[in-house]
Design a protein around this ligand. Structure first.
Ligand SMILES: Nc1nc2c(ncn2[C@@H]2O[C@H](COP(=O)(O)OP(=O)(O)O)[C@@H](O)[C@H]2O)c(=O)[nH]1
Ligand SMILES: [Mg+2]
Length: 243
C-alpha cells in the first residue's frame, strides 16, 4: 500500500536528521512528509538536507507555529491529494521507534482501518517519563475514555497508521482541535464510526534532545474539548447523529 509518514516538527533541529535516517532504515518503501511550522532553529533546512541524501522525503513549511492538529490536517490533505492509501502519524523527536512502524502497517494489512501504537496495552511502556508526564497522560486518557465512552487504551498516542478511507469516513478535515486534542478527536471519531481500530504495543522513549511543546494551554484545550464532546454527544444527545 502506498504509504506516507507525516512528521510534524517544531524546533526539532537536534532530532530531525536522525529521525529521518532511522525511519528510512526501518521502512525503506514509505514516503515521508515533514510539516514544519517555520521552526526558528532551522529544522526545515536540516530536513531538506536529509531529503537530498535519503530521497522520498518532502518538506512543507508553514508560516508559523500553529499547533499539532493543524500540522496534521495540512499533511493529511497533501497525502490524500497525492493518492496515498495509508497515512502514518509519528513524532519527530525519536520518542516513537521507527522499528515498530512495520508492525503498525502489518496490522493494517491484517484488516484494521486504523492502528494506534499504544503505551497502555500489554507490552507497551514509557520507561523514562517523569511522574507528572506519566500522570498527565494516564489521567488524560482515563478522563477522555470515561467522558467519551471509548474503549481505546491510548487515545492520546501520536504514533498511528490509518487507511485513507477511514480518515475520509470520519471527515478528518472537519476536526477542530488545534493542538494535541487532535489525537483524541480522531480516535473518538474512529471508535464511533465502527471502523476496525486496533492497538499494538509500543515503547515510548522520552525525548533526549530538544524540548517538549506540551504546555498548560495545550492540555487545557484538550480537557475542554473532551468535556464538550462528552456533553454534546452523551448528555445533550442531539437528535442529529454526530461523528
Ligand atoms: N508542525 C508542528 N509540529 C509540532 C507542533 N507542536 C508539536 N509539534 C511536533 O509534534 C511532535 C510531538 O511534540 P512533543 O513536543 O514531542 O510533545 P510530547 O512528546 O507530548 O512532549 C514533535 O515532533 C513536535 O516537534 C506545532 O505546533 N507544529
Ligand atoms: Mg515528544
Amino acid at each position: 500500500m502506498r504509504t506516507l509518514v507525516v512528521l510534524p516538527t517544531y524546533d526539532e533541529a537536534a532530532n530531525i536528521a536522525e529521525a529521518l535516517t532511522r525511519l528510512r532504515a526501518a521502512a525503506p518503501h514509505v514516503d515521508v512528509l515533514v510539516v514544519d511550522d517555520n521552526s526558528p532553529d532551522g529544522t526545515a533546512a536540516l530536513a531538506r538536507r536529509s531529503a537530498d541524501e535519503l530521497g522520498q522525503i518532502d518538506v512543507e513549511v508553514r508560516p508559523r507555529k500553529d499547533g499539532l492538529g493543524n500540522a496534521y490536517r495540512h499533511g493529511f490533505r497533501i497525502g490524500i491529494d497525492r493518492d496515498y492509501e495509508v497515512l502514518v502519524q509519528m513524532d519527530a523527536d525519536l520518542s516513537h521507534d521507527a522499528v515498530a512502524l512495520p508492525q503498525l502497517l502489518a496490522a493494517l494489512d491484517a484488516g484494521a482501518d486504523a492502528v494506534i501504537g499504544s503505551r497502555y496495552v500489554p507490552g507497551g511502556s514509557i520507561p523514562h517519563w517523569p511522574w507528572y508526564r506519566r500522570a498527565l497522560s494516564r489521567y488524560g486518557n482515563a478522563y477522555s475514555c470515561a467522558v467519551l465512552g471509548m474503549t481505546v487504551r491510548d487515545a492520546t498516542s501520536g504514533f498511528r497508521a490509518y487507511r485513507v478511507g477511514a480518515l475520509e469516513e470520519i471527515d478528518v478535515f472537519s476536526t477542530r482541535a488545534k493542538g494535541y486534542g487532535f489525537q483524541i478527536e480522531t480516535a473518538y471519531r474512529v471508535s464511533r464510526s465502527g471502523r476496525a481500530l486496533t492497538e499494538v504495543p509500543i515503547t515510548f522513549t522520552d525525548r533526549v534532545r530538544g524540548y517538549s511543546k506540551m504546555s498548560l494551554t495545550v492540555a487545557a484545550e484538550e480537557l475542554l474539548l473532551v468535556t464538550w464532546w462528552g456533553l454534546r454527544d452523551r448528555v445533550l444527545r442531539r437528535a442529529r447523529p454526530r461523528r
